[in-house]
Design a protein around this ligand. Structure first.
Ligand SMILES: Cc1cc2nc3c(=O)[nH]c(=O)nc-3n(C[C@H](O)[C@H](O)[C@H](O)COP(=O)(O)OP(=O)(O)OC[C@H]3O[C@@H](n4cnc5c(N)ncnc54)[C@H](O)[C@@H]3O)c2cc1C
Length: 260
């Protein structure tokens, strides 16, 4: 496996790139995929940061699902088909275990867990849940290692998707909420409850940006003790800002793409 110190320079791009391999893939739906890639020796990151991976010189940013203590880097990727402008994701969809990928030597990003706040209202659309899974895995590990106490923070994950098969990390988050109810609350919500694909859904319905104000009210989350994080669809982020900033809330955001 590549060591950070042995990074190669791509002559065309003049950047240090490390060579790693795909460990495994898990197809969730036709357009959602989990992948695990080798973590280069010495590669460090904070929960919530992103890595930059590439194939054939095409590079894109991906928030990291895994926590820093894990052996491999786990990513959760949504396909943007070629006819909708996708470049790297159609190549990722063709990957098999052992196929080569590049990764830049350093993780980046400031969308990280902010322990100055007591409550963390974590809003996501589909792949936007990625940084929160990393926050929660990391925090639970620290509780189990007696490095932090269980009663200092509460993470409320409000996750929206069009269809119930897009939740993907729901079982993990439900288990975390059951095992650590003082640390994690998890509310998945489907935005298209009347479509036949969602006929088995009996949970919360509506877009997270439409639910956020009531959720904060019902759970006594105040602007003084609660940081709102919004990750994923830019339209969701804009609407949450419009609704919650006038109420005095502070919002951290991570946009995965720009709206035209
Ligand atoms: C900090 C950061 C973290 C990111 N983390 C993730 C992640 O965890 N998982 C993930 O799947 N993507 C993530 N992305 C988006 C990712 O970098 C790519 O843009 C995306 O995977 C599409 O790559 P592409 O090369 O196929 O298409 P691109 O050439 O990147 O984009 C083609 C077009 O599709 C739009 N687009 C990109 N992503 C989407 C989308 N999901 N839905 C609709 N339109 C889109 C772009 O704005 C552009 O117009 C992240 C982006 C940033 C900036």
């Amino acid at each position: 496996m590549t060591n950070i110190k042995q990074s190669v320079t791509d002559p065309k791009r003049k950047k240090n790139l490390l060579n790693v391999k795909l460990i495994k893939r898990e197809d969730i739906t036709n357009d959602l995929l989990k992948i695990w890639i080798e973590k280069p020796n010495g590669y460090t990151f904070k929960p919530g940061q992103y890595c930059t991976i590439g194939i054939n010189g095409i590079e894109r940013a991906y928030s990291i699902v895994s926590a820093p203590y894990e052996k491999n880097i786990e990513l959760f990727v949504e396909l943007v088909p070629e006819n909708e402008g996708g470049a790297l994701t159609p190549l990722i969809w063709k990957l098999s275990p052992d196929d080569p990928i590049t990764i830049r030597p350093r993780a980046k990003g400031i969308f990280v867990f902010n322990d100055q706040w007591q409550n963390h209202l974590l809003l996501a659309t589909v792949t936007g849940v990625v940084p929160y899974v990393s926050f929660i895995r990391d925090y639970i590990k620290k509780i189990e290692n007696h490095e932090v106490k269980n009663d200092r923070h509460k993470m409320h994950v409000l996750m929206g998707a069009s269809y119930l098969d897009e939740f993907s990390y729901d079982e993990e988050l439900k288990s975390a909420a059951l095992k650590y109810p003082d640390l994690v609350a998890f509310v998945p919500s489907v935005s298209r409850p009347n479509e036949s694909k969602n006929s088995d859904w009996s949970g919360t319905t509506g877009r997270v940006n439409m639910l956020v104000r009531d959720y904060a009210n019902d759970n006594s989350l105040s602007p003084n003790d609660t940081l709102i994080y919004a990750c994923g669809h830019p339209g969701m982020i804009e609407d949450v800002k419009e609704k919650m900033i006038p109420l005095g809330f502070t919002i951290d955001e991570e946009r995965f793409w720009k709206e035209d």
